[in-house]
Design a protein around this ligand. Structure first.
Ligand code: ATP
Ligand code: MG
Length: 138
């Protein structure tokens, strides 16, 4: 049923659960899995050399988050990772469209501090605008 799954990972406990579930589905359906992590855009008014330093720090932190994701996934038929700059929901929706993804898996919540919310802003945006099924994991 699913051939091409996108998993959105921010390192939160919800996303960790979602990563395990996405990996299980990928194994079950022999589907390709693409794990996406985004980091905040770096304002270019910073100027050099601060700009390069901030970019390096953000990409290094993003790589560490991605390593954490990969450690959770286990053996998979096909896995790819994308670390991209930009607001998470927009990037997730764009990658889903470009890659013709047929399922998006993400957490209901992420690293945000507002623990009263049932749904984070990024999962809300994705579930509202996605063209394919979205599985939200709590
Ligand atoms: P908010 O960000 O609105 O304060 P939140 O952090 O609790 O609230 P979301 O950011 O919507 O909630 O997180 C829900 C899910 O979205 C996460 O579990 C994860 O799957 C995905 N997600 C959030 N941020 C990112 C990111 N930077 N990169 C990839 N996926 C993300
Ligand atoms: Mg968030």
């Amino acid at each position: 049923m699913f051939n091409n799954i996108l998993m959105a990972f921010d390192g939160s406990t919800h996303a960790q659960k979602a990563a395990r579930l996405a990996a299980d589905l990928a194994r079950q359906y022999q589907a390709a899995l693409c794990v996406v992590h985004t980091y905040d855009p770096v304002p270019d008014y910073l100027g050099e050399p601060y700009l390069q330093e901030v970019i390096s720090r953000r990409t290094e932190a993003a790589d560490r988050v991605m390593e954490q994701a990969q450690a959770l996934l286990g053996e998979l038929p096909k896995v790819e990772t994308e670390v991209l700059e930009g607001p998470a929901a927009e990037v997730i929706l764009r990658v889903a469209q470009v890659r013709h993804v047929d399922l998006i898996v993400m957490g209901t919540r992420g690293l945000g501090q507002l623990s009263g919310l049932l749904l984070g802003s990024q999962s809300q945006k994705v579930v509202t605008h996605a063209q394919c099924p979205v599985l939200l994991v709590r």
